[in-house]
Ligand binder design. Structure first.
Ligand SMILES: Nc1ncnc2c1ncn2[C@@H]1O[C@H](COP(=O)(O)OP(=O)(O)OP(=O)(O)O)[C@@H](O)[C@H]1O
Length: 298
């Protein structure tokens, strides 16, 4: 369990994280989503004691991270995969960590195999690693102490499609065994598939949070037509709220069947009609649009 309670971080007059509260529960994967600079990394650094909060608290398994006796055995952390000591080999990085955590050294080979780093790659210095290899090593490091909680900042960065697929399976298994997972991303599709719960952050503030199902339920129907203006009028006349989707689509606050019937009654030919499932991106854009506009005005 991770509990974030009214957590804030200010740098001078700038507020990077602004009074955020949420819980990450055991047995679930929580996606921490937001555009670049939203405050995800700062919040995660506060959770693991690397950045002191200006106010509020973050606890992991009921205690501040810094007061955990052997944190690596309780919380696996991946923050900045590029920050590893470049002069050490992958195997050395893990062996050193295993010694520090008091973990059986045999686990080093098991973790290397789990993340798909070959013996030859494990013998290479990490400064010669690709971003994806660094990320795999970072995940191996996070899992080394057999923790119950994972805090992963943009873990999919640099992974190829097979690597992303593998990581999703790993996180789902971890949660299925009762583990607690918080992972951040600025790419919605990355977490949409794997997360049960979502926390959306924009400009340091939480703009939406809930289960994926709850958040998706509000996304309505995506509908496209050659004559969008007439379609919008017809829907609004029937009391359906309409917002602009993409270039040629609208998002309507009604089920697809009702939208289709209203369009048919007007004799309008549709080019697209689908439920807003998978339209999390649209919601994400809408939720952060106000922030983006404020930024443009500022
Ligand atoms: N040490 C610092 N001093 C001043 N400003 C900082 C510091 N650390 C972060 N910030 C600012 O806080 C804001 C949030 O940064 P943060 O790295 O937490 O965002 P993020 O959501 O992780 O973004 P990204 O997806 O790009 O990694 C940014 O505007 C950043 O410039």
């Amino acid at each position: 369990m991770i509990t974030i309670d009214r957590l804030s971080r200010r740098y001078g007059s700038f507020t990077a994280v602004d009074d955020i509260s949420f819980e990450v529960r055991p047995g679930s994967v929580t996606g921490f989503l937001g555009p670049n600079g939203a405050g995800k990394s700062t919040a995660m650094r506060m959770m693991v004691g690397l950045t002191p909060p200006s106010s509020g608290t973050a606890t992991v398994l009921g205690r501040p991270y810094r007061s955990l006796v052997n944190p690596g055995r309780e919380v696996g952390v991946l923050l900045d995969a590029g920050a590893q000591h470049g002069g050490r080999t992958g195997r050395e990085v893990l062996t050193l960590a295993a010694v520090l955590m008091g973990v059986d050294r045999g686990r080093v080979d098991a973790m290397l195999a789990l993340v798909g780093l070959s013996p030859a790659e494990a013998r290479r210095r990490t400064k010669h690693y690709s971003l994806g290899m660094r990320q795999r090593l970072g995940i191996a490091h996070a899992l080394l102490g057999d923790p119950r909680v994972l805090v992963l900042d943009e873990p999919a960065n640099g992974l190829d499609p097979a690597g992303i697929h593998w990581m999703r399976g790993l996180l789902r298994d971890f949660a299925a065994r009762g583990g607690t997972v918080l992972l951040s991303s600025h790419l919605l599709h990355e977490v949409e598939v794997v997360a049960d719960e979502l926390v959306l952050i924009g400009r340091g503030r939480i703009v939406a949070q809930g289960t994926k199902a709850e958040l998706l339920a509000g996304t309505g129907t995506v509908v496209g037509a050659a004559d969008l203006a007439t379609l919008a009028e017809a829907l609004e006349a029937a009391g359906v709220t309409v917002t602009r989707g993409g270039d040629r689509t609208l998002v309507a606050s009604a089920p697809p069947e009702q939208v289709g019937r209203l369009a048919a009654a007007e004799g309008l030919a549709l080019t697209e009609l689908r439920s807003g499932d998978g339209g999390l991106e649209q919601m994400f854009l809408e939720l952060t649009a106000d922030d983006a506009r404020e930024q443009v005005r500022a």
